[in-house]
Design a protein around this ligand. Structure first.
Ligand code: NAD
Length: 355
């Protein structure tokens, strides 16, 4: 049976939701376009063993909306979208599956650009790209941008310096105790930059090889995942999972700045208020971790190194403005960032109506 692409009615505020099935290859996926107000939608493809179709649908909706905010605030001329493939990324991958997914992306005619997310590698994306020009984050090709993680780490590092300057009066990180939770692609690169900048590192990861490497190469102190929130630290850099900031963990957090790569760090939106009440500067995740999508945007727009560098510097400037506006207005940093996104989207929509 051929590829079956079914348009589902998206929730209010969303532009498109398609369910994609290909019995032959076993592909079962969703592609969601939340908004194209700022340009074609862009966002990674996640492969995950969802317990149900509903779980996958919920996730793709949530992630696509997040990409609208991330892409709008990074000023990339891109809208928000995301895709999820239901399956085990260790056992269910095949060339046929990624080719079928590539044909599904292609059928949207450029409304959506896909790239790597959890469970998807540049090699997988190269197969997708054999069926569509709308697959990016590739390792080879004229404008290939490769692994986005080093750019994410650089953006987080620059924002972290802005946060330090605002809270401690200096961007100099010498002697500052910084806890990096998660030493994966982004966390390890960030830890290396922090070490080079003279910070005292505390690290935590389930992967013992990663923590040992940080201990040996970067002189890091190690703490177990359960001990993270009982550590003495100046800055907390979450680079593992989302949802780690709860009323309970924020009450114990000794850091004065939170700045990390992990998506959806706040368990619920009201946690921004808890952080503010405790005098902790929270640098909104989707602003801070935009370096990776900036790198991918360079590939989409066929732009060179300068584009990446300027947009990365733009993230740090935006964080500076968000922190200043939060202080002067009494709003939380997440409220200020949401207001900015709403303004950008409103302006983009009115430009579209006029065009
Ligand atoms: P990764 O999978 O390479 O690394 C995650 C690391 O976290 C792994 O080493 C894992 O062992 C560790 N980990 C998992 N649970 C943990 C726990 N309870 N305590 C401590 N460590 C734990 O992922 P990544 O690409 O480095 O991304 C890190 C985070 O940043 C993710 O939330 C991701 O969504 C987000 N992010 C990444 C990028 C990017 O460019 N890679 C861009 C934007 C956002």
């Amino acid at each position: 049976m051929a590829l079956v692409i079914t348009d589902e009615t998206p929730p209010a505020g969303y532009e498109r939701l398609v369910h994609v099935e290909d019995v032959e290859s076993g592909l079962d996926a969703f592609i969601c376009i939340h908004s194209t107000a700022c340009g074609p939608a862009a966002g990674g493809c996640r492969m995950w063993n969802y317990a149900s179709l509903d779980d996958a649908r919920r996730d793709v909706l949530r992630l696509a909306e997040g990409m609208t905010c991330k892409n709008a605030i990074a000023d990339l001329g891109l809208g928000g979208g995301k895709s999820v493939i239901i399956g085990n990324s260790r056992t269910d991958k095949s060339e046929a599956l990624f080719r079928a997914f590539g044909r599904a992306v292609d059928s949207l005619g450029g409304l959506y650009y896909t790239a790597e997310d959890v469970g998807i590698t540049p090699d997988d994306m190269a197969i997708v790209a054999s069926e569509t020009p709308y697959a990016v984050g590739l390792n080879s090709g004229a404008h290939a941008s490769g692994d986005p993680s080093p750019f994410t780490a650089e953006g987080v590092f620059q924002c972290l310096r802005v946060g330090a300057e605002q809270v401690f009066g200096s961007a100099d990180l010498t002697g500052k105790r910084v806890l990096v939770q998660g030493l994966g692609h982004v966390g390890m690169a960030l830890a290396e930059k922090l070490h080079a900048a003279g910070a005292v590192l505390i690290v935590s990861d389930l992967n013992q090889n990663a923590v040992k490497r940080a201990q040996t190469d970067l002189g890091a102190e190690i703490c177990s995942p359960e001990e993270v929130f009982s550590q003495q630290m100046d800055i907390f850099a979450p680079c593992a999972l989302g949802g780690i900031l709860t009323a309970e963990t924020v009450a114990r957090l000794t850091a004065k700045v939170v700045c990390g790569a992990a998506n959806n760090q706040l368990a619920t939106p009201d946690i921004a208020g808890h952080l503010r009440a405790r005098g902790i500067s929270y640098l909104p995740d989707y602003v801070v971790n935009g370096g990776g999508i900036i790198s991918v945007a360079g590939e989409i727009h066929r732009r060179g190194e300068n584009y990446r560098r300027e947009r990365l510097a733009g993230i740090a400037e935006r964080i500076r403005r968000i922190l200043a506006l939060s202080q002067s207005s009494g709003k939380t940093t997440t409220e200020v960032a949401s207001d900015m996104v709403a303004d950008i989207l409103a302006q983009a929509s009115s430009r579209r109506v006029l065009a």
